[in-house]
Design a protein around this ligand. Structure first.
Ligand code: MG
Length: 307
């Protein structure tokens, strides 16, 4: 145990998109831009800033074009956005995006409810977005949700992740992020799924996306990095909550992941102090405290030091 940790892990920050899209308070565009610009100065290397979906689906991200155009892009930071279809791709290109992400689920029912298509039809429809995106010089990432469990179907066959990674790589996606959308995975399951996927996929092409709904996210991330995974998705402060369990945790908190990794000597390049300041900003924007344990411990210690 712990002998094979990678020296360096890239945190893929999804707070401005995956986090904010599940927050009820509508954040003004200027505040969102200030939030993303602050994140860009923490040492993060990858930030998912928005989603070019129809504003009717996600009103919170209706300002995708304006946000993408007005943020201050820091050299060395990758900025990405979700793209659901050809129209979204055209908007992303017009807004100057260099990286996009497509998304689907490993379970039929979740996929159907989320994108209104079967899994097979979703893969087919990716042919309208991925090849033109690649032709335009963009990098394309893919999200596979419900890898470890579906809110409608329950258990999901681990073979689904393997099949979808194969399909998505064949379509030209440079990395596939495997998501535990409802936060049910345990480390043994993670080891099982990743060992199957990594048997045929180069490690840098696989990322992990855990939710902390039942408190297992850090354990799952530890197993993942021990298996060689070097890209971990997380959301600042643990923004977003869980859409399937109101009041429960959703995305694992970026601060908590970085605290664990840096403490074990795994470099992330992120300045935790600066990150906590951005979390404080984010908590004022969304109008409530954020669930990150590291954030709460740090704010508590700062409060005591000041009193
Ligand atoms: Mg998520």
């Amino acid at each position: 145990m712990l002998e094979h940790l990678p020296p360096d892990v890239t945190i893929y920050e999804v707070g401005p998109r995956d986090g904010l899209q599940n927050e009820s308070r509508l954040i003004p565009t200027d505040d969102k831009i200030a939030f993303i610009d602050a994140l860009s100065r923490t040492g993060l290397r990858a930030i998912e800033i928005t989603s070019f979906v129809n504003p009717r689906w996600i009103p919170q991200l209706a300002d995708a074009v304006e946000v993408s155009r007005r943020i201050t892009r820091v050299p060395g930071v990758v900025y990405s956005a979700l793209v659901p279809n050809r129209q979204g791709l055209d908007s992303a290109l017009a807004a100057g995006m260099k990286e996009i992400a497509v998304f689907m689920s490993a379970s039929e029912t979740h996929n159907k409810k989320n994108v209104n298509k079967t899994i097979a039809a979703t893969l087919e429809a990716f042919r309208d977005t991925i090849p033109p995106a690649l032709a335009a010089g963009l990098k394309v990432r893919a999200y596979v949700s419900t890898v470890y469990g579906c809110p409608y179907e329950g258990a999901v066959d681990p073979a689904r992740a393997v099949e979808l990674c194969r399909e998505l790589r064949a379509l030209g996606c440079y990395q596939i992020s495997l998501g535990d959308t409802i936060g049910v995975a345990n480390p043994r399951q993670v080891r099982d799924v990743l060992s199957r996927v990594l048997a045929e996929t180069p490690t840098p092409e696989v990322a992990v996306h855990f939710h902390d709904t039942r408190g297992t996210a850090l354990a799952n991330i530890l197993v993942s990095v021990e298996m060689g995974i070097t890209t971990v998705d997380s959301a600042l402060g643990g923004l977003g909550g869980c859409p399937y369990a109101p009041g429960a945790s959703g995305n694992v908190a970026t601060e908590d992941v970085i605290y664990m990794l840096e403490g074990m000597g795994v470099h992330t390049g992120v300045d935790l102090d600066k990150l906590v300041d951005v979390s404080r900003l984010a908590s004022t924007l969304v109008g409530h405290e954020v669930p990150s344990k590291f954030y709460r411990a740090t704010m508590g210690a700062r409060g005591r030091a000041a009193s």
